[in-house]
Design a protein around this ligand. Structure first.
Ligand code: SF4
Length: 232
């Protein structure tokens, strides 16, 4: 584990690793992170599937898995979270917003997600994750380049300017076929919503089933210009 001091040093390390590890396997990328940061890295998971948690657990058993418990999740997603906690050698941390849904309704009015989804995501996802990540030097997610145009340029290791920390995208280069093959070969847990017409897993007010041929993320904030919650 290297001694890391300034943000500039960390940024340089992340930028260099992003180039050098391009083409490395997901496990190699996570092992690099573990060598660099010891226990000071975590995985953020939407609980669409347990691919990255299962990879991370192979590198560091007991690794922290952060789940943003917005108060608006489908029961299937909460069930997937609980199944991941029960079956994988990981530590699932459910991260809750400062306000409950009822408290947010009292402060901002009901169904903020309809009127101002950016503010709702900021309150229920972006700020809670920012607070939770203060405990770590690096964080990983299952972001993939082929998921959306906004993700096409993602590096396997990069500098998260917004949070001033290292971001790991160990499966950035994977395709959906790669994900499906890994799940099948390793018996990885998958959210049942994905076999029930949903292409992507999010909060129930902002997620709908997709039609055949539609992009997997087309069901997120459908009918609006919004494509990201602000986490990536
Ligand atoms: Fe709110 Fe929708 Fe964002 Fe969930 S996805 S935090 S309900 S706006």
């Amino acid at each position: 584990m290297v001694a890391l001091s300034t943000k500039d040093e960390l940024k340089a390390l992340a930028t260099q690793a992003g180039e050098e590890l391009d083409g490395a396997s997901a496990l190699e990328i996570l092992r690099w992170a573990d060598d660099q940061f010891g226990p000071a890295w975590a995985v953020a998971s939407s609980m669409a599937d347990a691919v990255v948690p299962s990879l991370a657990a192979q590198v560091r058993p007991g690794v922290d898995i952060l789940f943003l418990d917005t108060g608006y999740h489908f029961a299937e997603t909460l069930g997937t979270r609980d199944a991941v906690a029960a079956t994988l050698p990981v530590t699932v941390r459910s991260i809750t917003p400062r306000q409950s849904v009822a408290e947010q309704d009292a402060s901002f009015g009901a169904r903020l997600y309809e009127r101002n989804p950016d503010q709702c995501c900021a309150l229920r996802k972006v700020m809670p994750l920012r607070n939770a990540l203060a405990d770590y030097v690096a964080w990983a997610s299952g972001l993939r380049r082929d998921e959306a145009i906004t993700r096409a340029g993602a590096k396997v290791v990069e500098w998260d300017e917004q949070r001033g920390m290292v971001k790991l995208n160990p499966i950035a280069a994977w395709t959906q076929d790669d994900v499906d093959a890994y799940i099948a070969a390793n018996g990885v847990l998958v959210n049942p919503l994905l076999s029930d017409g949903y292409g992507s897993v999010g909060c129930w007010p902002c997620t709908r089933r997709i039609a055949p041929g539609e992009d997997a993320r087309a069901g997120r904030w459908s009918g609006t210009q919004k494509v990201e919650c602000g986490l990536h």
